[in-house]
Design a protein around this ligand. Sequence first.
Ligand code: MIG
Length: 659
Amino acid sequence: MIKKYCFGNVFKTESVVKNINVSTDKVPYFNIETKDDEIVLNYNLDSNDAIYGLGEVIRGINKRGWIYKSLCEDAFPVHESRTGSYAAHNFLIVSGVKTFGVYFDTPTAITYDIAFTDIDLMTIKACKDFDLYIVEGKDELDIVKQFREIIGQSYIPPFFAFGFAQSRWGYKCKEDLLRIANDYEKCNMPLDMINIDIDCMDDYKDFTFNDTFDDAKAIFEGLKERGIRVVPIVDAAIKKDDTYDVYNDCLANKACCVDKDGNPYVVGVWPGDSLLPDYLSANGREWFGAQYKRLLDLGIEAFWNDMNEPSLFYSRHRINEAFTLAGESANKNLSLQEFWNVTGAISALPNNIEDYKEFYHNVDGKLVCHYDVHNLYGYNMVRSASEYFKKYNPKKRYLIYSRSSFIGSHRYGGIWTGDNASWWSQLLLEVSQLPGLNMCGFIYSGADLGGFGESSTEDLMIRWLQFGIFVPLFRNHSSFYTRLQEFCYLKRKEIYANLLTVRYALVPYLYNAYINAVYNNSMLFTPLSFIYKNDSRVTDIQDQLMFGNDIMLAPIYTQNTKGRYVYLPERMLEVRMTSSSKYETRVLEKGDHFIEVPFDEIVFFVKEGSVIPVSHAKKNIADINYNDLYAIRFNNNDNEVELYQEIDDEIVLKKVSLK
Ligand code: MIG
């Protein structure tokens, strides 16, 4: 059962798509205090209460013990001291003495102090306008299901999106793309997508390519014939340059954010001075979405959206002020305070929250201050593309994923978790982010495999690959200043080639589980504690996950370890795969086991009564043959199973036979 309570008069985020009558009852569970400019909700925590959810934020599966702020930010670098993230996902579940879900529907800042200030207290601070949803159900999964029902069906990408993607900030030209395609091929490593980043644009202008892409269409077609899709980046802001037609068009269409006097608000991002498209206005969305035609006409079917928190290096007026002050201070013997004033003015330029208060969106003829709707920016950027794709080709699915997001954007695209680092702790972070994301409707998601910032090591790449093969968004991405981490440039080539095929072996299972999670409003990655309710051992397990209904994962995320302790909440079949066609199994009893995981094996655990469909594919997504699947089974002799498949852009549930 879901009850809705209204506080003030909130801007319509459109995150909830079901109409729910507003309750006038007293809000249960919380002690609520109304202050001058905020509303504070307190909940006394029992020592065994756990808090789940909040989507992308850092720390464990149980979020207790930290303070989180929903105000989308360029959270580079992601680390344990952060309170914010690229996203704002305001749904959480209190699980314990009382179990219930809470969703705060508000487009602006909100803070969750979950036993940070006071170990026995959760304090949530929101501005005065928000809709509050309280979800009651028989257990956590039921609460998730009910919540997901009101926020609408999660995004389903095209089938090829379940293949492997290679990416790196630093690919500069067509030769770089061809080199990656060739080098993967030479190493017999499967590959479905190559991402291209900002350096492939002409001067960081969205929807353009630099002149090495002399015949972009032919290059992309040539790669597609080899089974490889090119995935260009589309940044949030548009370069201010009157020789750039997109810029001129943006002005002509009045499609950008404006200052209080109605003049285009100028910010600095990668292209230098830029405009921020007004994704919150129907007009801005329609205008920006239509720009994708330039890429779609080249045969491109996949995109990623970046910098859409929005991330700002400066605002034009603030940088003017800072540089004026710096200029006036030159050759002066400054007092320490004067010195700090100058350096402070400069270091305050990037992502200054005051800037968010100075520009406006035009929503239905009314100017709305950006700060008040900040968390909806990335959401509506993805939405603008998605709405245009429907017009461009209503039958086709396109791949799109975004850095910034809000509940609601899960209907339009996937997300990646932003600029993580090549640290062991961030592999574990991904394990804890996935269930939180699933609770909030984001099923097509994943972290940069191997880590974005910092240099990766080969053992970390292997361990991350051993987990990454299960994650829907399966992309190796890194930053330009780090050591190369493409699998084809690392040493243990044979291992990578084989382990990558295990992904393709399991795509029939993954895709089916994915569609089930979407259609049933269930989770693809579930904490064990949501399932094994009567086993007190599992409540603390933060490093194992259920993957679909039949498989349990227990990834290795520490350096120099041969294996790890795994707790089996029931008798399970241990599966060790060394390639898409080679595996061994043994039955393990409920309880604790030390599981060795050599570099060249993918190990997972199958529940009794399950049958896992497996493909022999070695090359790419197109190599998966549903007429030639085999089964890994644990006390299930079915020779036929029903699987969701994508056939001619349609999702169909079809019987397949298993060898
Ligand atoms: O300010 O486009 O998160 O994936 O490689 C950095 C360059 C901008 C941030 C993205 C990252 C991407 C990078 N971008």
